[in-house]
Write a protein of this length. Structure first.
Length: 144
């Protein structure tokens, strides 16, 4: 995943409180609309950000109960893509060990959840997950 100097950028520290994922999605939506992404792409960005934030809120176990959101417009001279980073300071996890959800298995299971990473990967053009004992960083990019 190539990252250059951002043309535009916003960074927010969000407390892990109810509905803060909506605030995160508003920031990403504003930047996506500013670079004239199509409405469908804006919706995909919005949904991916909500999923990434909810995952961090519910699973990170971060003591500081805070997520850092960075939304950056990247390109050489004009906007080429939007990259969103969601970072927590929780205990981390092994991304490769997350079981790929199956509709058949989930329908039979008591717990129907567990679709977040699959949804994010399906909505965005590039997804990178870095995780360690000091936290998890999800970087998601959408081409303009």
């Amino acid at each position: 995943m190539v990252r250059g100097a951002p043309l535009q950028e916003v960074t927010l520290k969000l407390p892990m409180l109810p509905d803060m994922e909506i605030e995160a999605s508003k920031a990403a939506t504003s930047m996506a609309e500013a670079i004239e992404m199509s409405p469908d792409k804006v919706d995909e960005v919005r949904m991916a950000v909500v999923e990434a934030c909810i995952n961090a809120f519910e699973h990170s176990g971060a003591v500081h109960r805070e997520v850092t959101l960075n939304v950056a417009v990247l390109g050489k001279s004009a906007a080429e893509k939007l990259c969103i980073t969601v970072q927590d300071s929780g205990g981390g996890f092994e991304p490769d060990s997350v079981e790929e959800p199956s509709l058949e298995r989930k329908l039979k299971a008591e717990r129907k959840r567990g679709w977040g990473l699959k949804i994010i990967r399906g909505l965005m053009d590039e997804v990178e997950i870095r995780s360690s004992k000091s936290g998890t960083t999800v970087v998601m990019c959408k081409l303009r």
